[in-house]
Design a protein around this ligand. Structure first.
Ligand code: COI
Length: 346
């Protein structure tokens, strides 16, 4: 393991911080540890970022036995890094591991690994106001299998990349398309699990929508096709008057950490918040629509096209979306006092 001083001999990596999007920019180090099926994860280590060796018959390659997480480290004005609710990612990975018959790191180990990875890659963390260091924990069945079964070995690793806006629109409003041909998740399936196998199946609809000029697709529930679920990479909210609603997490929707945080912030700001079934028909009456996610942040939606009808929403500085975004980012970056114990300074 490299000496900590080797991590930070220059305060910043040589990056054009103004042109960051959400592309992978490899950094110096990653965290990695392995364990066998009848063990717990031992102490991992920080190693140079690079390719990993996998058996062609690894469980993750053959049967998609894998989970991922996403969280961000922000650089504070005082030079320290801030993590946001890292325990929540750890808990979600544990729950996902249970669903996917995998061994997971403990909450403490997960959080400690995040801290180590962020500090090791500190010079890749953008200056305040220019983005964040995205941290990507992965838990994969790395041991070999042939018949369908849990893998005999698991690998937990975390890599990092500096990022800014997720969508190519930057901070401009998104234009979504309601997808009706494909479903994202099935009832009693793995929609609420952050398994890698939930993401490749959305690519076809997403690409088709992008080719037609949309930012992304909005999925409906697979049973009635009447109710909003989520966007490919984020949760969805609608606002009408003082009421902010988001689809309830009924097993098909990812329980986003940003989603949960925004519900709490909105409640604290005096809004009535509702987690419920949200019929697609309510879009026509909504004042605002916005998306939430770790990568996405809080992103305004300018329009949604449903069955060839485009519905437009209020966007701009005088919106609920902007108010909630400013509060969230203020807390995450240390500009607004964290009264909830959400921020971890390292
Ligand atoms: C995140 O928001 O961190 C995610 O994991 C979504 C991913 C598609 C970028």
């Amino acid at each position: 393991m490299p000496e900590p001083s080797a991590y930070c001999d220059a305060e910043y990596a040589d990056v054009d911080w103004d042109s960051l999007g959400f592309g992978l920019m490899p950094t110096d180090y990653m965290y990695i540890t392995k364990c066998s099926e009848d063990n717990n994860f031992g102490q991992g280590q920080i190693s140079r970022y690079g390719n990993i060796e996998l058996s062609p018959s690894a469980g993750v390659l053959n049967y998609a036995q894998g989970l991922f997480e996403g969280t961000k480290a922000y650089r504070k004005e005082n030079g320290h890094l801030l993590l946001f609710r890292p325990d929540q990612n750890a808990i979600r990975m544990k729950m996902g591991a249970e669903r996917m018959c995998m061994i997971s790191p403990s909450v403490d180990q997960f959080v400690d690994a995040l801290k180590q990875t962020a500090l090791a890659n500190k010079r890749w963390t953008p200056p305040p106001g220019k983005g964040a260091l995205y941290l990507r924990p992965l838990l994969i069945g790395s041991g070999p299998v042939l018949g369908l079964a849990p893998a005999p070995e698991y690998t937990f690793l975390i890599y990092a990349s500096p990022v800014c806006n997720y969508f190519k629109e930057g901070s401009a409003p998104l234009n979504l398309y309601v997808e009706e041909e494909f479903d994202r998740a099935s009832l009693r399936g793995t929609g609420s699990t952050k398994t890698i196998s939930n993401y490749a199946p959305v690519l076809k609809a997403q690409l088709r929508a992008k080719n037609r000029g949309f930012s992304d697709v909005l999925y409906l529930d697979s049973v009635t096709k009447n109710n909003l679920e989520e966007v490919s990479s984020c949760n969805i909210f609608i606002a009408k008057g003082n009421v902010i609603s988001t689809p309830a997490t009924n097993g098909t929707i990812l329980a986003g950490i940003t989603r949960k945080t925004i519900l709490e912030i909105a409640h604290d700001h005096g809004y009535q918040v509702e987690e419920r079934i949200v019929p697609v028909d309510e879009l026509v009456d909504a004042d605002e629509v916005f998306c939430t996610g770790t990568a996405v942040g809080v992103a305004p939606v300018g329009s949604i096209t449903y069955r060839d009808r485009r519905i437009d929403f209020k966007t701009g500085s005088d919106t609920i979306c902007q108010e909630l975004y400013s509060s969230l980012v203020g807390i995450q970056t240390g500009l607004i006092e964290d009264k909830k114990g959400w921020v971890v300074e390292i």
